[in-house]
Design a protein around this ligand. Sequence first.
Ligand SMILES: [Zn+2]
Length: 345
Amino acid sequence: MATMRCVVVREHGGFDRLRLEERPIPVPGPGQMRIRVQAIGTNHLDTWVRRGVPGHTFPLPLIPGSDACGVVDALGPGAVGCREGDPVVVLPGVSCGACEACQSGLDQLCRDFHILGESCDGTCAEFVCVPAANVAPKPRALGAPEAAAICLVFQTAWNMLVRRAELRAGETVLVHAGLSGVGSAAVQIANVLGAQVIATAGGAEKCAKVKALGAHHVVDYKAKDFVAEVRTITGKAGVPVVFEHVGAATFDGSLKCLARGGRLVTCGATTGGNVQLSLHAVFFKSLSILGSTMGSKGDLRHILRLFDQGRLVPVLDRTLPMAQVGEAHRLLEAREALGKIVLTA
Ligand SMILES: [Zn+2]
């Protein structure tokens, strides 16, 4: 039987839990397509799958990985949309397609929603089988490593800014960690929307790169207090929208940065998820705190078009061979990367 190499997490722990294994090449089921994977985008989510999350059960053993670019290699019965040999990207959110949420274009609210590499086997493999609905043509303007780096983070940032916070042209948004995966996506999407961007980044090199991405102001959070800087930049008014994904380390400051009537939208908590919240601030300042996770496949297909038009660009730090997946996790956790880290299959 033909086999493939893949990364498997059998138990939670350190980088050594990312084991390279051989498995039979999967056969596409009804409505599925098999992708011969060329490049795999890594995300913070992968590190949570490896480390484990208190109170959450991952279905181990699990192949991590939510993003990938490759070529359609085989079609299961009834799979339509792409043909064998087509260069494609994998859309990371799997949903039933038949419920009210799905049919309203809110796939991420489907009760059967799951993310590849988080609640079912993912993309960190030489081959992956996914529903045909999760396969879209690769933007022609991008190479495989670039195309593998975009879906999860741009979908997440788009849903936060466009669908949840409803950021408008002319408004100002504070984006934390503007060179992180979701941060670099948010800086660019805010620009496409015509908004003003204040971004934070750690250190002069990262700040310069965030500025080049289109941030109008960049605050080096290692050198300066971002709350004081936002007050100065906005003439003490604060910002109408804060883009949060850092969590405990920044949440209190993020609330203080909000103008009256401001909206804070959050998709993550990489520094911890338990925060103190003054209800007085929430009601006296008429604040909105909005949760967001992933986004719709329809929005993601629109985002891919913006890549084809060159209005959004992938931000890559480096590519590594799949066997060095542990090093990719180390770079992510140490915040050493200046952009996305992509594995080659
Ligand atoms: Zn559904």
